[in-house]
Ligand binder design. Structure first.
Ligand SMILES: [Zn+2]
Length: 349
């Protein structure tokens, strides 16, 4: 087997595509290997619309970044034909080694995605020597595509949790399937309150689910969530988790801590401040006592919701330096939703 055959095998090239030429340039750093792929003369190509074998109309030169060949950057070059179908006219064909519109080969993208699942995006971008912006574009493509395949037809019980995307920045609301033991995240959206619930309801419908099948929603005691559920998940009973009760008291305690910093040396006012926020938290709790009690009989544990803080932290650190909420959300999906597993299945086929 000579070098060309080895490279052809490594690229997974099949007829009509053959490796015509290769060139290793050692005058640049890092060294680069350029591979030139061509289709045999007179080949017919399937029309992208109807698969009818058609002659080439013309060719366009394209280049894709491929996996490094040892430490050398590797680029694949090909003249990609446009077919001329009697019925559909002139169309750009898809090449077997890359998806339409991408400057990377599928193999490169698969390796990038496998790494992104395991380590921070910035670290992956350094290792692969591509900008994090381009890496995020790959991540968004695959997350979006796999989300499209998410089947939510069996969702009946939903947990809702919100988190700040960055310190003092906008909120991201995350929805969990409370019956899923692993990777429970099924939806994440910027914003919170009623709009988030409305967006979830639409997403559910678009993925084979039905808002009317949702019988229980576990969420915190904010009015925005409560009215959102009443409006968009009309058959659901709301239950409030201990997790959220603790959250409410923690929030009030934070207010006291802030006040304490402002009013050093006034123990009396601090005592009053402590009593006042706790009174507020208790009043909230009392207002939603029914929902809290329901939680005792609903039979679901709160482990899923508690696990979310760890997930958010992991997503934040993986997406460190992320430029927007969309990146944070893509990472939440990749780590916390079933699409991480879908991705492994895609790879193994
Ligand atoms: Zn056609």
């Amino acid at each position: 087997m000579d070098g060309t055959q080895i490279l052809t095998l490594g690229l997974g090239l099949e007829a009509p595509w053959v490796l015509k030429d290769q060139h290793l340039d050692t005058s640049v750093s890092p060294h680069r290997l350029d591979l030139y792929v061509e289709a045999e003369r007179g080949s017919l190509y399937p029309c992208p619309e109807c698969s009818e074998a058609c002659p080439a109309h013309d060719f366009a030169a394209k280049t894709w970044r491929h996996l490094n060949f040892f430490q050398h950057h590797c680029y694949l070059h090909a003249r990609v034909p446009r077919t001329k179908c009697p019925e559909h006219g002139v169309k750009c064909i898809e090449v077997p080694w890359a998806r339409p519109g991408s400057d990377f080969t599928l193999l490169f993208e698969q390796v990038a995605m496998s790494l992104v699942k395991e380590m921070p995006v910035l670290a992956v971008s350094r290792q692969l020597e591509i900008s994090d912006k381009r890496l995020w574009r790959i991540v968004h493509h695959y997350v979006g595509r796999l989300l499209g395949e998410l089947d939510l037809s069996s969702v009946t019980t939903v947990g809702v949790n919100e988190t700040a995307s960055r310190r003092g920045q906008r909120y991201v609301t995350v929805f969990l399937d409370m019956h899923r033991k692993q990777e429970p995240v099924i939806f994440a959206v910027p914003g919170h309150g009623e709009n988030a619930i409305e967006a979830f309801s639409a997403f559910l419908t678009a993925h084979g689910g039905d808002s009317d099948n949702v019988v229980e929603v576990v969420c915190d005691m904010s009015q925005a969530f409560l009215s959102g559920v009443a409006e968009h998940l009309p058959k659901a009973e709301i239950t409030v988790d201990w997790f959220h009760i603790l959250q409410a008291f923690t929030k009030r305690l934070d207010e006291v801590r802030k006040k304490k910093r402002r009013e050093q040396g006034h123990p009396k006012s601090l005592r009053w401040a402590l009593l006042k926020p706790m009174g507020k938290a208790l009043a909230t709790l009392e207002r939603h006592a029914d929902a809290v009690v329901k939680r005792w009989i609903s039979g679901l544990t709160n482990a899923r919701l508690e696990g979310m803080n760890g997930l958010f932290q992991a997503a934040r650190s993986r997406a460190r330096g992320y430029r927007n909420e969309a990146n944070f959300i893509a990472m939440i999906y990749l780590i916390g939703s079933p699409i991480g597993r879908l991705f492994d299945q895609v790879k193994s086929t």
